[in-house]
Design a protein around this ligand. Structure first.
Ligand SMILES: Nc1nc2c(ncn2[C@@H]2O[C@H](COP(=O)(O)OP(=O)(O)OP(=O)(O)O)[C@@H](O)[C@H]2O)c(=O)[nH]1
Ligand SMILES: [Mg+2]
Length: 360
């Protein structure tokens, strides 16, 4: 018997064990959803089931022996954390087209051309050769037709695999492609705020070729590792971010939620702009007693998390020169610093920030 997969998540359907994954009480000869997808869609119940890195490499590594187009989706809010540095190792000589998703959460005033240019540079610096980069929004349907056109031209009839980290919006994009090219106006594939929604390859017939959705690679440095699903959903920007800018002349401390403490020592006047969800607490105060303040208010005024964390905070120093630099906290914030400034950043040891030339 050929295996039947859940059309929502790609897991292998079964009728035997209601407590095991991908159970359905329904007839499996017609396309159907597993109970997990049904609950995720109707009650937003979370089932954490992300692939290990090994399982992911094994699964996506199969593509190296096929002749296909790879469509790698990255999240513009967490570019470095979401791009697959090993993409060429995993997918061999296949060409890679990059779709930079979630354009809608960056300010409308952002110059798209410059942004694409900078994304290309970041990809190249990480050893990723992209045939092209298209800035899209799966949610707001931005450049969906352009992406489809490019995919059709580059694939030349070959199958296409949409790959990327968890939660970058692969399945939402595929739903948008389906809606743009068929009569089907429902979201066919399950999407959610939780990481690890797609569980296996989901084939979508596309004219004479097949487009595949795939599970995401899990990044353990992402902020949602330290937060409950509800807290993670809060810090995930859902609409256009309104950046907040602070002018600094003297040392100050900035808290971004309870997870990030920045002690900022400007050498001359400098500005710090924070891009984060409107539900993330931003708090500025004098540097002197910031450590005591942090300990006292972590999990309260400084949230999320809504409870104190049982993790040590690790300090890292940055010396920012006059050109604009970003400090990125994966999944939580982009902090753009302008002006000669020394910064001491305190983060839970599990989180890793990265510094780069300003993206926006
Ligand atoms: N703001 C915004 N959110 C998006 C966009 N695309 C997807 N999302 C949201 O991102 C979250 C994850 O979307 P999914 O499509 O499930 O992501 P995925 O890459 O398929 O995730 P996995 O299956 O877990 O690997 C959902 O909450 C989506 O609503 C977008 O263009 N803009
Ligand atoms: Mg998915």
């Amino acid at each position: 018997m050929t295996k039947t997969i859940c059309i929502g998540c790609g897991g292998e359907l079964q009728n035997n064990d209601p407590s095991a994954p991908y159970y359905t009480p329904k007839d499996m000869t017609v396309s159907t959803l597993c109970q997990r997808c049904f609950r995720l869609r109707n009650y937003n119940e979370q089932y954490s089931n992300v692939l290990t890195a090994d399982a992911y490499h094994k699964l996506i590594g199969q593509l190296a022996s096929l002749n296909v187009l790879i469509v790698m989706v990255v999240d513009v809010f967490d570019l470095e954390g979401s791009m697959l540095g090993q993409i060429h190792k995993l997918t061999g000589n296949n060409e890679v087209l990059v779709l930079a998703n979630k354009r809608d959460i960056l300010p409308k005033s952002t110059n798209d051309q410059k942004l694409v240019h900078r994304i290309k540079k970041r990809l190249a610096d990480s050893g990723i050769t992209a045939r092209d980069v298209i800035l899209v929004s799966a949610l707001k349907k931005v450049r969906i037709d352009e992406a489809l056109d490019k995919m059709t031209r580059l694939s030349q009839g070959r199958d296409m695999y949409v790959v990327g980290a968890t939660n970058v919006g692969k399945s939402t994009l595929i739903n948008a492609f389906i809606k743009a090219t068929s009569e089907y106006k429902e979201s066919l594939i399950t999407v959610s705020n939780h990481r690890g929604t797609t569980q296996g390859f989901i084939p979508i017939p596309f004219e004479n070729q097949t487009l595949y959705d795939t599970p995401g690679l899990y990044n353990k440095n992402h902020v949602s590792e330290l937060l409950t699903p509800e807290e993670s959903t809060r810090v995930m920007p859902k609409k256009e971010i309104k950046p907040k800018t602070f002018q600094l002349k003297e040392p100050q401390t900035l808290f971004v939620s309870g997870l990030v403490r920045l002690d900022i020592y400007p050498k001359e006047r400098s500005t710090v702009t924070v891009y984060t969800s409107d539900q993330t607490v931003l708090h500025r105060r004098k540097t002197e007693d910031s450590e005591t303040f942090h300990q006292k208010h972590l999990g309260g005024l400084l949230n999320p998390p809504d409870k104190p964390l049982d993790q040590l905070f690790v300090k890292r120093d940055y010396n920012i020169k006059s050109i604009k630099r970003d400090i990125v906290i994966p999944g939580l914030a982009i902090i753009t610093v302008n002006g000669f400034t020394k910064i001491s950043l305190y983060l839970p040891q599990q989180l890793i920030a990265y510094e780069r030339e300003a993206l926006i």
